[in-house]
Design a protein around this ligand. Sequence first.
Ligand code: NAD
Length: 255
Amino acid sequence: MSIKDFTDKVVLVTGAGSGIGREAARIFADQGALVYLADVGAHGLAETKDLIAELGGKVQAARVDVSVESEVAALVKRIAKEAGRLDVAFNNAGVSGQAHRIEDYPTADFDRVIAINLRSVFLGMKHELPLLKRSGGGAIVNTASVAALTGPGGMSAYAASKHGVHGLTRVAAMENAAHGVRVNALAPGWTETPMVVTASAQNPGFAQLATTAIPAKRGAHPNEIAAAAVWLASDAASYVMGQMLVVDGGMTIGG
Ligand code: NAD
């Protein structure tokens, strides 16, 4: 058995209807896992489900708003009932929020971004951890961002949420290292997903950043980020705990 083999493993991926989550779900399924896809968007969810089913993967889908505790709790309960276990959770759903200076930032949007990006990771882990432990241990990967390390102007809600994901990840890793559950975060840089493509279309200056600010002179393909998430979740990373893996084409090398 390969250390990246997920045969008979049960994996939950949130934000699986698009971008990084879709790619990760596809790789987990390709490695033999039964994958539960969760997303608030019905269309993207159905597309990912069809894609994985067409490739012969084992897949289930749930329309879930990850910021709503009752929906997250119901999803984990469903996984326990149907699959009887959970081995990996990739808490990845997120939104970028608007771009404004703090003094102009709409408070409602700040609250929304924190709820979707940070509260969701707390709620996810709160409900996933008991099932992971009952399953004999496993791994959690939370999607942060290079904005967990930097302070991109205009992105107060996003940066605060992602710094928070880093902190939550470290606490969860500390609390669960002795209980067989590894918890790590992933910090993608500029990744060519709908989130970034939309922002680039609205702001050509933002699009130019990809070639000026990234030493690799290109954004990542979602697959390059998803592969890192799968590695963190795999037995290949069995001694990696409480870390944030930065995958950014060198974007933060210079500090
Ligand atoms: P994406 O927009 O392609 O996918 C995000 C998915 O999350 C969408 O399918 C969306 O419907 C879902 N989602 C949004 N709100 C939700 C909610 N309340 N409940 C459930 N699902 C919800 O974006 P992506 O680039 O694949 O982003 C995935 C993660 O990666 C996010 O956490 C994002 O912050 C992070 N990230 C992305 C980049 C990048 O450059 N694309 C960089 C750093 C971090």
